[in-house]
Structures are given as structure tokens and as C-alpha cells.
Write a protein that binds this ligand. Structure first.
Ligand SMILES: O=c1ccn([C@@H]2O[C@H](COP(=O)(O)O)[C@@H](O)[C@H]2O)c(=O)[nH]1
Length: 279
């Protein structure tokens, strides 16, 4: 199979640089007139798939909002993943997994092995046990054309005290993650399969993202206060690799499929303009 980086590069060239999250918050279900149960979850996801599955390059279900309904919620997640694949979207599952290597191998089987019911194109991962502990995910992803997005500079205000802490070599924790992921992508063309999560809200942090060689997922846009206009300050010379990600900003335009499509088109236009901007 082609690498995730190659598939992502083609998908964003065709559909535009945009990831839309499926985050069925209880408040959104209520706003859409849906019950806060598995029936409501199913209707919510079916509508998002109908509206955006054949339109947006990457769709990012947030696992937590499915897990809260137990096995039935996970069943809806599996069905949503299948429908998104049929509609031609790449699926990035936001699960932020991380553990010791032998357990990471099980997470890799769960999400990145095509024989799994929860198989997706890419997942998010936490490097808090060391980037090296994620090696089984990287290996499984490489074998099956998958991708892994590792948290580096997260969009929440609490993240910086850990991520900006400096090690003995003077580098921040985030820069260490950035550098290790850059090594994994070395030589990959047109884009590596190993990405980073860098929030659109973090501002100019002084971190060097120019040599990552893989995609840079930018959450924090819309509901968390980040805007497309902020992308330039955060990503500087790495703008070409940025994959802007919106959840509530788009989902809040439901419950009609046309409302969701219009919102996705609007944020995509904003992002295209911001990512193309030159001084
Ligand atoms: O640093 C991070 C990493 C992940 N997220 C996730 O993205 C979405 C954001 O949702 P919005 O409604 O667009 O705020 C959500 O699933 C988070 O868990 C993030 O926000 N920041």
C-alpha cells in the first residue's frame, strides 16, 4: 500500500487542506435536537458522513465521545469509520494512545492493522512515555501505509509547562519530540507519514518545525479561539505541511448536511488563504 504521507498529500491536493473532527458533545446533540444516547450518536455521525465524507480530505472522530456510550458507542465508531472510508475520506482517529512498547504494539494492532474492525488511516499518540516507546505504532503504520500524529505543542493552555520544559541538552521536551519525528520522516517524499500535533493557539513558540518532513495537525481553531490567521505565526516556514483541524466550529452549523457543508467550505477558504499568504 502507498504510504500515509503520499495518500494524505494527494487527498489534500484534491479536496483541500482540511480536517474536520467528529466530536459529538452532549451539548451539540441537544442543539441538533438529538437524544444523548446511541441513537442520537448514530444520527449525528450519519449526518456528518453524508455531508462531509465525500468532500473533506481528513475526518477525525474523537474516540472519547464514542467510548462514553460503551460497546454500543464503539460500534457506532466502527460503522462511522467504514462509511467514511467508503466515501473516500481519510480517517484520523483521535485516541492519543501511549504506553510501554509491548502495550503500544496492541494499540498498533487495534488501529493500524487492516484486519482490525477499528482500522483507520492514522491515529494520534502521546509521547509522554518517550517517543521510542511508540516504535511498534511507527512500524505497524509503515508496514500498512498508516500514519501517526504525535503530540508536540498541544492547543490547551496547560500543555506548555510540560512541553516547554528543557532537558539536559537544552532542548525543550517538544523540540525533542519534533526532532525524533523528523528523523522518522527522513527522505520521505512528497510527505512523511509521521506527523505532529501543534495547536493553532500556541503562538510563536520558537520551536523549529521546518524540518519535520511530515504533516502538522493544527487543532484549536474556532471553538478554542485560534483562527486561520494565526497559522502563519505558529508554523512559519512549515505552512505547506499544515493540516488545519476544526470540530465544533463546523459541527455547530448542523444539523442540516447543507449547513455542515457550508461551514466546512467557509473554514477551508479561510485556511487556503492563510496557508497561501506571503509577506
Ligand atoms: O492539542 C490538541 C490535541 C487534540 N485536540 C482535539 O481536537 C479537537 C478540537 O475540537 P474543537 O471543537 O475544534 O475545539 C478535540 O477532539 C480535541 O480533543 C485538541 O483540541 N488539541
Amino acid at each position: 500500500m502507498e504510504s500515509f504521507g503520499t495518500r494524505l498529500h494527494r487527498a489534500t491536493a484534491r479536496r483541500g487542506p482540511l480536517c474536520v473532527g467528529i466530536d459529538p458533545h452532549p451539548g451539540l446533540l441537544a442543539r441538533w435536537g438529538l437524544p444523548d444516547d446511541v441513537t442520537g450518536l448514530t444520527r449525528f455521525c450519519d449526518t456528518v458522513v453524508e455531508a462531509l465524507g465525500d468532500r473533506v480530505a481528513v475526518v477525525k472522530p474523537q474516540s472519547a465521545f464514542f467510548e462514553r456510550f460503551g460497546a454500543h458507542g464503539v460500534g457506532v465508531l466502527e460503522s462511522t469509520i467504514r462509511q467514511l472510508h467508503s466515501a473516500g475520506a481519510l480517517v484520523l482517529l483521535d485516541v492519543k494512545r501511549g504506553d510501554i512498547g509491548s502495550t503500544v504494539a496492541a494499540y498498533a494492532s487495534a488501529y493500524l492493522d487492516p484486519s482490525s474492525p477499528m482500522y483507520v488511516d492514522a491515529i494520534t499518540a502521546s509521547p509522554f512515555l518517550g517517543v521510542g516507546s511508540l516504535a511498534p505504532m511507527f512500524e505497524t503504520a509503515a508496514t500498512h501505509g498508516g500514519g501517526v500524529f504525535v503530540l508536540a505543542l498541544t492547543s490547551n493552555p496547560e500543555g506548555s509547562s510540560v512541553q516547554h520544559a528543557r532537558g539536559a541538552d537544552g532542548r525543550t521536551v517538544a523540540q525533542t519530540v519534533i526532532d525524533e519525528i523528523a528523523q522518522l520522516n527522513a527522505g520521505a517524499q512528497p510527505l512523511g507519514s509521521f506527523g505532529l500535533v501543534v495547536g493553532a493557539t500556541v503562538g510563536e513558540t520558537g520551536h523549529d518545525l521546518s524540518r519535520v518532513g511530515g504533516p502538522l495537525l493544527a487543532p484549536g481553531l474556532g471553538a478554542q479561539g485560534g483562527s486561520a490567521a494565526d497559522l502563519r505565526a505558529v508554523f512559519g516556514g512549515a505552512l505547506a505541511a499544515v493540516l488545519p483541524s476544526y470540530s465544533r466550529e463546523v459541527l455547530g452549523a448542523g444539523p442540516t448536511a447543507s449547513g455542515l457543508r457550508d461551514a466546512a467550505d467557509r473554514v477551508l477558504a479561510d485556511c487556503r488563504a492563510a496557508l497561501a499568504a506571503t509577506d
